[in-house]
Design a protein around this ligand. Structure first.
Ligand code: BJ8
Length: 425
């Protein structure tokens, strides 16, 4: 960190010793995985900087905003509509985490066979190492998978400001009505939290900010159709991860800037991997910072990742909200329409996701798909069977991986991934 933020962390109630240890591991992992890559676009310097300051400068900015009377809302899911949060000038931050922490303490509160993502969020709370969680004025949980839904009952005892949002499980008229009712309830809750009433101009502005951010990251995705690949999958994943933490307007500018650079790279036939390197589409559970294990294994085994069918990827960013409406009611309907298209595996049945994976494999000219499921994640592990079948029908090779956040299976995963890459070559 370029400044001494210790008193800020202390005021937030962090355990400084544990936090130091976390930052050390994060810094080392980042150096080994990210900075070791060759020929990265210069624009990645911005994302390197954001990562180096993810618990420093960004938290300082958030604390300054709080001092100016603004609110911070933390979320674990892409179903929490950022447009509504921006409409009250509040900041939305992602709270999902991608590393094991305080596992022994966590397993006193949650069953061992809970997915790593949920355990990680609890570990960061119990270990007092997450400044985002500690600075949030409202933490939004959502009834998606059973693991998350039930774990919020326990989280409610650990944090004073949990708000739980119900989420439908079917794409029916009743399901849409539920989502609509829940978004209206959420709008009222953030209005109450901030004392700001959302009018059409505010909501339009919120939609515009979030649409611009999504357009920029989606533009980056589109550029990955090129061969040779102009950016590594690891770097593209990082941009998708920073999407959840950074100031949205600055993020949009930085993402567009790197896209400008990448367009030039494509014109010059410049890639990060040689032309015709095997191309992989990743599909499955979201990968939160610093969960880089599988992408790192893939890209150090002779392949390049050309897309992510994930909530930290295209599932979360591909659809925009229609900004053309004029009233709060109409704009809220547009928000509901946009989020109702998210094809998370908690929906049943969920044919849209299968279609989208096949479509992405074609768009990004993937030679194969690796489905990433976290152990004990029933929705994605169950759905991985159907995904494999849908891809097989199109003769697209598929590898299903179940893993967690530990590094114990790295050797075994590498062997499987290498064999898969050999097969698709
Ligand atoms: S919209 S994917 S962000 S719920 S990995 S906690 S599903 S047991 S994260 Fe998600 Fe929203 Fe869906 Fe996206 Fe449960 Fe599975 Fe764990 Fe998961």
């Amino acid at each position: 960190m370029s400044e001494d933020y210790r008193s800020m962390w202390e005021n937030l109630g962090l355990d400084l010793g544990a936090h130091d240890a976390l930052l050390e591991v994060l810094g080392k992992g980042y150096g080994d995985i990210y900075l070791a890559q060759k020929d990265r676009p210069e624009g990645m310097g911005y994302f390197d900087f954001v990562m180096s300051e993810v618990h420093g400068l960004r938290i300082k900015e958030i604390m300054d905003e709080k001092e100016a009377g603004k609110k911070v809302i933390g979320s674990f899911c892409v179903f929490v509509p950022e447009e509504i949060v921006r409409a009250v000038d509040a900041t939305l931050v992602g709270l999902c985490t991608g590393a094991d922490f305080a596992t022994e303490e966590v397993e006193k509160l949650l069953p061992r066979n809970t997915c790593s993502l949920i355990k990680s969020a609890f570990g960061f709370k119990l270990g007092k190492v997450c400044p985002y969680l500690e600075s949030a004025d409202m933490i939004v949980g959502e009834n998606t998978c059973d693991g998350k839904k039930k774990s919020y009952e326990t989280l409610n005892n650990l944090v004073p400001n949990l708000y739980v949002m119900d989420i439908p499980q079917m794409k029916s008229a009743e399901g849409r009505a539920l989502l609509r009712a829940e978004y209206l309830r959420f709008k009222e809750a953030v209005e109450q939290l901030t004392g700001i009433t959302i009018d059409a101009a505010r909501l339009k502005k919120g939609i515009e900010i979030v649409n611009n951010k999504r357009k920029a990251i989606y533009r980056l995705s589109g550029l990955r159709k090129a061969d040779p690949a102009p950016i590594s999958g690891l770097d593209a994943l990082l941009a998708n991860q920073v999407f959840f933490y950074d100031d949205p307007v600055r993020f949009t500018e930085s993402a567009n800037k790197i896209c400008d650079e990448i367009e030039k790279r494509i014109d010059n036939n410049q890639g990060v991997f040689p032309k015709s390197t095997p191309r992989i589409l990743l599909s499955g559970c979201p990968m939160a910072v610093p969960n880089w294990k599988l992408p790192w294994i893939i890209e150090t085994s002779g392949a390049v990742i050309v897309g992510e069918e994930s909530c930290v990827g295209e599932r979360g960013t591909r659809n925009l909200t229609d900004e053309s409406w004029d009233t709060v009611e109409e704009l809220m309907e547009a928000i509901v329409d946009r989020y109702f298209k998210v094809d998370c595996a908690i929906f049943t049945p969920n044919p849209d996701r299968l279609e989208h994976i096949v479509e992405m494999a074609g768009t990004y000219k993937a030679d194969g798909v690796i489905h990433y499921g976290l152990q004990f994640c029933q929705p994605y592990l169950m759905e991985s069977m159907a995904v494999e079948k849908a891809l097989e029908e199109k003769n697209i090779p598929t590898l299903r991986i179940d893993t967690d956040y530990s590094m114990e299976d790295v050797g075994q995963l590498k062997t499987r991934v290498e064999a898969f890459i050999e097969l698709i070559k």
